[in-house]
Structures are given as structure tokens and as C-alpha cells.
Ligand binder design. Sequence first.
Ligand code: K7E
Ligand code: CUA
Length: 653
Amino acid sequence: MRKSINISILVLLITGLFSCNTNDSKDGDKGALASNAAEKVYVAPGEHDEFYAFVSGGYSGNLTVYGLPSGRMFKEIPVFSQFPTSGYGYSEETKPMLNTSHGFIPWDDAHHPDISQTSGKLDGRWVFINGNNTPRIAKIDLKTFETTEIIEVPNSAGNHSSSFVTENTEYVVAGTRFSVPVPQQDIAINEYKGKFKGALSFISVDPEDGIMSIKFQLMMPGFNYDLSHPGRGKSHGWFFFTTYNTEEANSLLEVNASQNDKDFIAAVNWKKIEEYVNNGGGKMMPANYAHNVYDDDTHTATSTMMKEVLVVDPLEVPGAVFLLPTPKSPHGVDIDPSGEYIIGNGKLSADLTIHSFTKMISAIENKKFDGDAYGIPILKFEEILRGTVKQAGLGPLHTEFDGKGNGYTTFFISSELVKWDLETLEVIDRKPNYYSVGHVMIPGGNSAHPFGKYAVSMNKITKDRYLPTGPELEHSAQLFDITGEKMELLLDFPTHGEPHYAAGIPASIIKENSQKIYKLAENEHEYAAIANGDARVERDGNEVHVYMTMIRSHFTPDNIEGIKVGDKVYFHITNHEQDFDVPHGFAMIGANSSGLLIMPGQTKTTVWEPKEVGVWPFYCTDFCSALHQEMQGYVRVSPKSSKLELSWSLGED
Ligand code: K7E
Ligand code: CUA
């Protein structure tokens, strides 16, 4: 490969941030919009949005839910981060969700949500999202909009080329951005080259209950696997991963990983490897990773440490892995709805590279190779290239599709969204983004059937778009109408954390299945108090278990005596409401935890370790009725040596 430092591109990349607001108002997009733009995003009071958008929170570790076209935020779904609003990661039931091989890790960096598919169509069952930092993949159930499963990914780091699903959700795929020694060991960092590995993990998803399990890890050379996407239609069975740092540098990557004129898109025939593995191929290697599952019946999560993982060396399966040379440190790799075009978004390039799947297959069949990397054949660039979109912009990052023959590519450096024709490769339209756009999302954009009505660009820099809020500004999203020949900017709205990718879906696919309450009769929580007589307090050494119920507008019991300093008091609280949208909250003075928000029919637990004698109150934190302020109680705490027996009561009891 040619070695040349393209300093000018690097300089552009570095300075791009400071010049990105010079292209803003030429076509009148900034400021006054046509009045019909307002009508297009106006969702009248009481009316519902047409689409749900699940927007990654980046360093918030969570997933936010927005309506489109209104840009209204409906929910923040806690995934990898403790969330005091609901008690996720604080309640005893949900703490196991955040368990990892590194212990309890209450935070992550979440980038790429992707919605489950059946036959290449969004099916609205689950959203998957990756945790980058402590590699994990989470699954959110779209019945409850709650995180119900998290699996840690061993032998991985910077879990970034994740979490994209195949067209029948056979797999959710996770790739390593930072290659590491496998297995981890104490070696010099400059032994990187040749010794570090990049694991690409294929995590199977049970078609019935959705349970995830690592089917195999493909142990690739130590490049940085940046993004990935599945083949679909004719390319179903393949998965594509961008790489950078094919130089295998371990220091000053901004220069040392920008030497090669071309890096690779790795094409993986997972069907072939699946067959190999199903016939006993691959090697089990010791590993240590957590698999955390939330049970909807017991309202409780369990964490299991897994002890081995199946590893496949790409050289063991001839014909399964090929490298597609692609300029220039590509970021996103995106596959069009037909499965034919493989788009390499070379982030240090001005042109957009389009490979052809058909040409790739024929290059493989005719052995049009240009050497190899660690034994993996490199295909000849000219043999696989469909063409380039010339001078489309600077710094292409990501592409989505409208299902009508057009691609929409984001350009970070020139800060714009560019629409181009998949057949002619001509640019059709470009619109400035405010500012420095990362991903763009079209609902169903990563599927064979996109809903090409809106595009949402998610921007990194906000600067002057909103009222200043001190040095920190929320990131800005922009909604475009893409039904016409030209894109039309409709709306700016702030997003929470740092959205990278988002996944959108028509609300009609989800909303009828949305669960409204937890049925009390089906509550199998070990400490639930279901019948009226179930409320009680039990002592087991210095552990005290309070089986408490709540209904408008009291707790049962609301007076508890006989607790002692040094006790560990578990409040297991069951909400007896069976009406939609009537949660109660629970907060105990001095508890070293968050409050709880308990949904109708649900049981949640918090722990309190009283440090001082006295009479200490607890109360409901959610304004639930006109008598919400009356929803309170007391716990009497006596000295450790006290002989006072446990007692509890409500009213005259
Ligand atoms: Cu481009 Cu993490 Cu998908 Cu950010 S990544 S933008
Ligand atoms: Cu229950 Cu306020």
C-alpha cells in the first residue's frame, strides 16, 4: 500500500470545526422558514406523532425516545447508566443489569441503536444498542420500553462497530474498535503490530424470546473496526466492517493511522462461518463476561458470569473473509436497501466510494486479489468499485437511504447533508447542517424498506442555535422533509447527551403492543405483597424485609417500629394500582440510593441502613392524587441493644 501523509486533509479535518458556520444562510435555510414548514411539524395537542425515533445518548449511556415530526422527547430509557428518575441501577432488582467482569459498572457510552427486523422489515420488537467503553450490547423491549438484557462482549474494547442486526435478527453484531491482546496479557504496548487482535462478535438472538448468546467471535488482525452494517437481499449472509489504522500504529494515531491511502472494508460471510461452527468448527477459549437478563414475571434481573467463548480464526474458513480496499480511513459503511451497494464513507476523503456487491462476488470467484493481510485476501480495488460520488463534500461519515433510489450522506467537515442518486452517482441536493453533522437517520434506514419521509441529522456543535446555557449546550438535531426533489429543513430540536446514531420506526408498528400496566395477578416477584394480608415486616438477623404495598393514597404499613441501628432494611414495595399511568414513588430519608418509581402492578426494592436512632419518615415522590401529600409514613429506629419487637400498622391496626 502507498504511504503518504495527506497533511492537507488532516488540516482540513482539524480546522473544519472552526469554519463550519460559514456556509449557513446562502439558501435562506437559517432563520425564517416557509410557514408550511411549521405546519409540517405541528402535532396538535392530543394528537400523536407519526414516528418514534430512538436516539442514542452517547455519553449519557441511555436511549431517548422522540416523536417525529414534532421533535418532542417522550422518554429517556436507562440502559447502561444508573437512572435516579426511575431507580434503574439503584433498585435491588436492576443492579444486576449493570454487572460486568469488571464489577458493577453504572455508566457507558452508547452509540448505535438498531431495531429488530423480520425479512428485512422493521418488526418493532426490540431495540439493540452498544456500550462502547466496557463492551456490552443491550436489548430494550418495545412492549415496555425497558432494558431487559445486557450481554458483555469479551476480547473486545471500544465496542463501536455495533450493534447492527441482520435482516431476520439472526444476529446482532459487535466489533472491536480498539484491538487488544487476546487473551489479555502483560506485554509492551509497542508489541501491538501482529500481536493485538480485533474480535468481531456474532451474537445470536432467539427468535422467540430474544435471548442473546455469543455464537462465535471472528479473531481478525489488529485493525480498528469502526462501523459495520449487514448485507440484505442479495447480500444477506454477509456483514461489512470498516477499518482504519490498518497501519497498526499504537501511538499518535492521528498521523500514524493516516498513512495508508486506503484502508479496508472487511466483508464477512457469516453464513459460511455459521455453517463451519455448526459443524463443530472453532475453538472454545476461556473468557469471563456477564450475561444479565431482566425477567418480566419476577420483575428481577439476574447476572450470570459466562466462562468461555467460541473463537474462529478467519484462515480456518477459506472463502469467508475478504478485504475491500477503501479510501481513506473510512468511518461508516452503509448498504443500500437492495443490498447491492456498499458505501465506504472515507472520512479523510472528499469523494464517496461505492463498491458493488455483484462485482465483489465476481472478483472473489475470479481470484482478483491484490495480495493479502495476515493471509486474508485483499480484493483488487478497480474490480469491486462501482464508482465514486465526486466532490460530494468534505469528511463523509454516514449514509442512509430513502428507498426511492437516493442516498443521504453526512459530511462532518463541510457540515452538510448531501442527497445523491444511487444510479447516476450525481449529487442532487445539499443542505447545510448546524453544525458538523455526525449521523443522519431515516426511519428504517438500516433495512430493506426505509420510510423516506424524514431525515434527522444529528449535529455535534450547537453554538448559536439555542439560548446559551453556559459553556455546555445540548447537541442539536435537524429534521428535514425528504419527500421532494430538494430537502427542506423543518425543525431544530435539542437532544440529550451526545446522539450518534438513531433508529426510527412508524409509531403504528409499536404503539398497539405497548404494555400499559404490570398485571398484579401475574406478579411473581419473590417479595411481592399481592393480597391485602401480605403486607408485613420480617426480621432475619440484622436484615429486615418490609413487604409493603401502595395504593392511592397510602402505604401499608405506614408505621414500623422495632428497627435498630445497624439493621439492613429492604423495602419491597408493590404498587397495587391497575390503572395506566399511575405510578407511586418511594423515598426514605438518608437512604444511600435513589428513590424508586414503581409502575402499576410492579414490585421494586430499595435498601436503607439507618445510622441513628429516631423516628424517620418516608414518602411518595410522584404526585399521584389530591392526597399525594398525605402518602407518607414513619419508621422508628431504636438502639442496637434495644429489645423492642418488630411491629407495624396502618390506621387502627
Ligand atoms: Cu459516527 Cu459512534 Cu456512529 Cu458518532 S459514530 S457520529
Ligand atoms: Cu403515591 Cu404520591
